[in-house]
Each structure stands twice: as structure tokens, then as C-alpha cells.
Design a protein around this ligand. Sequence first.
Ligand code: NDP
Ligand code: 8G0
Length: 457
Amino acid sequence: MVSEPEFQQAYYEIVSSVKDSTLFEKFPQYEKVLPVVSVPERIIQFRVTWENDKGEQEVAQGYRVQFNSAKGPYKGGLRFHPSVNLSILKFLGFEQIFKNALTGLDMGGGKGGLCVDLKGKSDNEIRRICYAFMRELSKHIGKDTDVPAGDIGVGGREIGYLFGAYRSYKNSWEGVLTGKGLNWGGSLIRPEATGYGLVYYTQAMIDYATNGKESFEGKRVTISGSGNVAQYAALKVIELGGVVVSLSDSQGCIVSETGITLEQINDIAAAKIHFKSLKEIVGEYATFGENKVKYIAGARPWTHVSDVDIALPCATQNEVSGDEAKSLVASGVKFVAEGANMGSTPEAISVFETARSTAATAGDAVWFGPPKAANLGGVAVSGLEMAQNSQKVTWTSERVDQELKKIMINCFNDCIQAAQEYATEKNTKILPSLVKGANIASFVMVADAMLDQGDVF
Ligand code: NDP
Ligand code: 8G0
């Protein structure tokens, strides 16, 4: 029986990459790391209860998975969503260990959340939920122990309430959360970082595959999601001359042949804070009257777009099936990079990886950028926020953006190097596997820290 399907999916992906390489043959000591790294150091599970606006008590299950601290304090977001359960948080926490290692900064891995639907809740209810959640979580975190941030359902507003609660319960103003407001300890570019970083990583892929001959200019890009990651990825694509042909939410998707505009994306960002659906937004905002888009209820964009060059899944896990991946390949996609964690199913990854490894030339190949590399810009700038907090300084947006670009390019190069050194595939002369490269490079970094410190013996 598969009791934790999402966690097992994430674990199996790493195991198959490292086992299907020469790593254990060259360095047998690494094999002992697998069973140890797969067990979280600690899981905290707790009751969260608050009063709703009608004066009734509500209750939900809260969690923090403190997965691995060999490389630094536990670091990773908090997800507030009705789908939250231990399997999902263990998969996210496990991914986070390896992703954080690839940033090159000193961060361990963790993830937490609350099984709740904030949609339709008033601002007062959201504040009471955040305070109630932090009443217990504050006992287990700290700036040198565990530093949470947002994730699905937890944005700037929620981070504000969570930080206020922590400060009040602990009588301490410290860098215990990232994604903070700019006038109370936040970093410039943190809201933009995941989406921008995803585009910088994809740019590195395009650059490598085309020998610097092509860029985002003129490329047609299909994006899913319409939250933090999707919005800033879309804005950066437009800035670089690309055309955003789709976005989506949990209810449906919008498709535009001529391109979703910057003004439309700004309207979506403003409306999403108030939990509006894309269907409502398209019907209510003037920018959608001027530039018509097609709304498709209950659909993901992948099978509704044509002539696309790039796909950026930015909503949630397992949102690209094997058949949808085939459809994307058939419509011309050459680059796929994941803003969402585990956006593609194993079947979809296999479609993309096969379209790379069996291609005759780089021009015919499809190249897949896995989430633990392609979306690490968010947590990387969280790491830079922690660094600024501990030095009590604020960097300019230009400096943070420069650092972000450097981190994304270093990570890309680490993935290429590890794939070329350890992957057993014969056909790496076309394009190396970034899935294998990211998994092997990050596994070695985490394994070395665990072996050095006696976590594995
Ligand atoms: P947001 O809450 O801002 O946006 C989430 C988006 O995904 C919304 O459009 C939402 O639709 C949609 N969505 C959520 N759940 C589902 C579902 N079950 N089915 C279909 N659509 C869904 O979250 P983020 O943009 O921050 O996160 C998106 C992804 O990126 C997640 O996988 C997250 O883990 C990952 N990520 C985020 C980082 C960050 O810095 N924020 C960093 C790295 C990865 P609706 O509006 O209808 O709710
Ligand atoms: O900043 C963070 O720690 C954070 C927040 C949300 C998501 C992620 C991620 O890397 O998935 C990290």
C-alpha cells in the first residue's frame, strides 16, 4: 500500500537518479546516506483552533516537518490549503533539503502548513488563524533553528500576522520568517524572486542549447497558476520580449493567442489577494474587455495552447500528466522549467526526458528543468533576507537581483557538471539530463555534510 504517495514519488525520483549513475560505484560511502536522509529529524503536529466571525470555534491540523539541518537551520515555506497532509509536507520538506543545498547558501530543509481553506474568510479570521497557528509553532522555531516563509495560501498579509504573533509570544523581534514587509525586515526582490529566478534558469537553458543564439525574445510561453510564482514569471517573460499565452487557477485557465498583457497580470495580482477566480476577474476588469482572452472552465492550459516554445508550470504538484506532456511536445515545446514543486508527474518527466535523450540534434530536443533547481530563486533570496537580517542591513534591489542571477547560473552549471560526471546515459552529447544533474549534485552536497557531522556512519 502506498501510504504517502507524494513523499514516495519525491523520494523515488532522487533514488532512481543516484542509483542510475556511477556515483555509488565511485564513492560507495554515499549509499548509506539514503535510508537516513529519508527520515525527517522531527515532525511537529499540532491542534490549531480559533473563533470565526460568527463566534463559533473552528479547528484544524497544523504541521512543521523539520527534515534536515545538516546544512543549516531548517528552511522552507508554510502552505495553508485544504489539501495539506503529512505526505504532501514530507515531499515538500524532502525536496527542500536538496534545493536549499543547490543555492550554495547555509540552509537545511523543512516545510509546514495548515489544512484550511482561507478562501471566503475575512481579514479578521485570517489574522486569528495566523495567531493561533503561531501560538504553537513559535515554540519550535527561531532565527538559528528553523525559519519558515510563505507558500500556497500564505503571502505577505499572512506573513505579517505570523511575524506579529511570533514577536508577541516570544517578546523578540528577529529574522524568524522570510518574505517579511519591506519596512520590517524584508528583502527587496523576495516577492519576485521565484518567478524571476525561474526565467533566469530557463534563459540559461536556452543559452546552452542554442549556443547563445536564442533568448526569450519572440518565444511563446505557456504558464499555469496565477499566484505569486506565475505572476512574476509572466512579468519577467514579457519584459524579456516573450509572449505569455496562458495562465490558470484552481477553477480553470485563460488562453490568449496574442499574449496576456502586463496590465492584465497586474489586475490578476490585485484581485487574487481577495481570492477572486480568473473567471470572475475576466468578467469584471476593464483590461480584459479591451484585450479579450478565452476562459476555459475546469481545464489546465497544456492541451489548449498551440505553437508554444516554453512551458512553465507554476501552480501545484502533479499538474502535468503524461498525455499533457505529449500534447506540449506535439505543439512544439522545447523548454520546460518548473516553478511549482513536482509540477510534472513521473510519466510527464519521462515524456520530456525521452524527447531529450532520443533527439538527433539539440534543436530537436525538449529540455526539462526540474523544480529543485529551476525554482530555487525564492528560497535563495530568503537566504539573502536572513543574511541581511543578521547583519542588520538592507541591500538594493539591483544587488539582490544580481545575486539571484548569479545563484541561478551557478546552480545551472552545477547541474550540467554533475550530469556529465556521473550520469550513465550515452546520449549526453545532445543535452545532459538536468533532472539527474540536480539530484546527483544536491545529494552529494547533503551527503557530505551528513557524513562529516556523524549523521551517517
Ligand atoms: P499562490 O498561493 O500564490 O498561488 C497558487 C496558484 O496555484 C493559484 O493560482 C492557485 O489557484 C493555484 N492552485 C493551488 N492549488 C491548486 C490545485 N490543487 N489545483 C490547481 N491549481 C491550484 O502560491 P505560489 O505561487 O507561491 O506557489 C505556486 C507553486 O510554486 C507551489 O508549488 C509552490 O510550492 C511553488 N514554489 C513557491 C515559491 C515561492 O516563493 N512562493 C518558491 C518555490 C516554489 P487559486 O487562485 O484558484 O487558489
Ligand atoms: O522562502 C522559502 O523558504 C520558501 C517559500 C515557499 C516555497 C519555497 C520552496 O522552495 O518551495 C521556499
